[in-house]
Design a protein around this ligand. Structure first.
Ligand SMILES: [Zn+2]
Length: 119
């Protein structure tokens, strides 16, 4: 892939990373606020368990997103960016523009999802 294209995707990835980190910050702030209210009165236990699970799922999802972005940035550095990790085909640019952290081509991603290996 041409250098100027790579640079464009690198910028997009860095922006994505910042958004993820802002999101992570938001979740952890919500967490702190929740802890404070719960210290005052522990109301509905089931409800608060649900909220902990939800927060954890969100944090996990964001962390996974950051990992994908970091992986894509590494691949730019190694000159492997835009190549499917499974079949080695080039990932179409149309797909990278929508999802610059894509690690697989659409076909392989679908296969992996069907097998339950990625979500
Ligand atoms: Zn593939």
């Amino acid at each position: 892939m041409r250098q100027d294209r790579l640079e464009k995707y690198r910028k997009m990835l860095l922006e994505m990373r910042q958004e993820y980190q802002a999101e992570l910050q938001k979740v952890s702030n919500e967490e702190k606020n929740r802890d404070r209210t719960e210290a005052k009165d522990s109301v509905d236990q089931a409800d608060s368990n649900y909220s902990v699970d939800y927060q954890m799922a969100r944090t996990e999802k964001i962390n996974r997103g950051i990992k994908e972005v970091d992986e894509a940035l590494n691949r730019i550095r190694n000159g492997e960016y835009g190549v499917c990790q499974v079949c080695g085909d080039e990932i179409p640019e149309g797909r990278l523009q929508v999802r610059p952290n894509a690690l697989y081509c659409a076909q392989c991603k679908e296969d992996l999802e069907k097998r339950g290996e990625i979500k």
